[in-house]
Design a protein around this ligand. Sequence first.
Ligand SMILES: *Cc1c(COP(=O)(O)O)cnc(C)c1O
Length: 359
Amino acid sequence: MQIYQIPLVPGPVSVPEAVRAAYAIDYPSADLEEEFFALYDRCAQKLQSVLGASTQVTIQTGEGMLALWGALKSVVKPGDRVLAVATGLFGYGIGEMAQQLGATVEVVGFPFDAIADPQAVWEAAHRFRPKLVTAVHCETPSGTLNPLAELGQICREVDALFYVDFVASGGGAPVEVDRCAIDLGLLGSQKVLSLPPDLAMVTVSDRAWEVIAAVGYAGYDALAPWRTGPAHKYLPYTHNWGALAALEISLDRLLTEGLEQVYQRHATVAAACRHALTEMGVRLFPAQEAFNSPTVTAAYVPANWTWRDLDRALRAHGMAVGGNYGDLAGRVFRIGHMGSQADPALVARGMEVLRRVLS
Ligand SMILES: *Cc1c(COP(=O)(O)O)cnc(C)c1O
């Protein structure tokens, strides 16, 4: 196995040693110990602080996709109307997932190098009257960050639940669940939190809990048992104590640094990354700085290079970046500077390698 000295893949990100250490302990059975439930509660509270959420936060085993599927299945029945706001692979993909569940889906679609236009969403929402509106904060494959507050407001106007995938931004950019009126906010452990892909976290509003109770979905990924399960010390399966312990370490690191400082660190690293790429003549995707996410930077594969060759050349220098999928495959690559990788020195070393490889 090759260990990359310059890990810049946009998730799963490099796991810091202090976080990894939590997995080395031989924990007792999570089902039986008071101490585990106290840990769960502390993690949920710290997640509320990081996410600006006064709503409950559930912590399930799994990773980002479990949060996406579990929340969707918990509130959508066949025939329900779902409006999917899509500006990239995940946004369109969530619309397809809802369709696979039998929902009647309308997509408010935008190009991958754009962000959502609230006016278009307003028109679609008022005409279509959905039960659920889905959106993605950071579209990781395109390196973009969507506005949330305006969309949340629209959801309240049409009395729809607002479902937001902030898997790749939560902790690295303000998500502000309360202010943005997010009913279901989805997070995974392998992005900014810099854990292995072990946990799926969902902020669940009271409005969402009511819909969850009415839908009555049962399954491994169902949200329903997490409403009262932790308080009653009765979980639907054996939880991952090591992952929860690692989560608390990661959240403490964010809160100790201070959220404003953490967001500033991400913004600064992202700006430095964009600046270095532009200086070397690598074209950003998209070109508008206002659309770019502070957690991941996407750029066109330079002319005279194939993605295959570029990837191979970077790996030969101990550097791993992200490729792409669908229409962007082979054309756009990505530098992940979230969580442990939002490190100015690491990104500077990465840019130095890229400069050497391209010249
Ligand atoms: C990473 C990510 C997920 C989870 O996807 P995995 O491929 O399972 O890691 C979901 N949504 C977004 C926007 C992501 O970046």
